[in-house]
Ligand binder design. Structure first.
Ligand SMILES: NC(=O)c1ccc[n+]([C@@H]2O[C@H](COP(=O)([O-])OP(=O)(O)OC[C@H]3O[C@@H](n4cnc5c(N)ncnc54)[C@H](OP(=O)(O)O)[C@@H]3O)[C@@H](O)[C@H]2O)c1
Length: 276
């Protein structure tokens, strides 16, 4: 997470506050946020001075956000475009929608804007560890985005974890397959370790505890030590020992190396499909 800063984050219009929007919002609220508006049908409360509305049709007339964040499912964005367009003449739009291109969103917004108006869309791929300030967000800014607009997005996104930028929009598809979807792969690892522990005869509560703490402890060790993953792996692997036995199964060419590469390729292809 970014160091706590004295000035609050700018006012945000967040449209869609489910798993991803909600994760980012938790981080922003913890960091301190200028009066903002969240649009979502499912959220119950929002601390003052922020305002919660159920629909974009209910946006407060006096609200002028510094940044508009689109965080609904990609197929639901169309319903919000007409309401967002007037605000997007003044504020950049940060989209976290998988597969929605800058060009596509720009065209959709321009259809509801005066001739000559040009919205600025920044496309980002965050992930859900943003909820605890440990997100990874990779963004693409088109050439029409100013340095100040880019810095604004980076400030907001770095409040919920690390940020990086790509210069080719297509790279967001690979990013989606690695860091966007990646937490699911890691949670699956925890699930499978827990199941293996139970199958090995451990009490379920103990299997759960050791699986979860191993996954999160390894992550924290990697982050805090700064040591490369392969070296950390070798540090656990005594020649002829138990870990080496397990790794000879996992690292067989047709095991994890093939499976994980195939999984990331499948996710990348899906991201391309969603964008077309
Ligand atoms: N989940 C992740 O790990 C992740 C990671 C990176 C990026 N993303 C991206 O984040 C976006 C949201 O994903 P999610 O997993 O957070 O989905 P989600 O949990 O379904 O949340 C989306 C929320 O947006 C609301 N919504 C939809 N249309 C709306 C509108 N016009 N106005 C206001 N609220 C609206 C939905 O309400 P209804 O259910 O009533 O429609 C729902 O509460 C997607 O585009 C996805 O590609 C997700």
């Amino acid at each position: 997470m970014a160091d706590a800063q004295a000035t609050p984050l700018p006012s945000i219009l967040l449209i869609g506050c489910g798993k991803m929007g909600g994760a980012m919002l938790e981080g922003w609220l913890a960091e301190g946020l200028a009066p903002s508006v969240v649009v979502d049908r499912h959220r119950d409360t929002l601390p003052a001075p922020h305002r919660l509305v159920r629909d974009v049709a209910d946006l407060p007339a006096d609200f002028r956000p510094a940044l508009i964040v689109l965080a609904m499912k990609p197929q639901k964005v169309a319903a919000a475009i007409a309401a967002v367009a007037p605000l997007a003449t003044h504020a950049p739009v940060l989209s976290v929608l998988a597969g929605r291109t800058v060009g596509g969103l720009t065209d959709a917004l321009r259809a509801h804007m005066p001739p000559g108006a040009h919205p600025v869309i920044i496309r980002s791929m965050p992930n859900t560890p943003a909820a605890v300030g440990e997100g990874m967000t990779v963004s693409y800014a088109p050439p029409c985005a100013s340095a100040a607009q880019r810095a604004l997005c980076d400030r907001v996104l770095s409040a919920v974890g690390q940020t990086a930028w790509v210069t080719h929009e297509d790279d967001i598809n690979v990013v989606t397959a690695i860091s966007g979807s990646g937490p699911a792969y890691v949670f699956l690892l925890a699930e499978l370790l827990e199941q293996a522990g139970i199958e090995g005869g451990l009490p379920p509560a103990l299997a759960r505890q050791i699986a979860r703490q191993t996954v999160s402890g390894a992550g924290v060790l990697m982050q805090r030590s700064g040591i490369d993953a392969d070296e950390l792996r070798r540090n656990v692997t005594s020649p002829g020992g138990t870990t080496q036995q397990a790794l000879s199964v996992l690292m067989a060419p047709d095991a994890w190396p093939a499976t994980l590469h195939a999984a990331v390729r499948a996710a990348t292809e899906r991201a391309h499909e969603l964008a077309s």
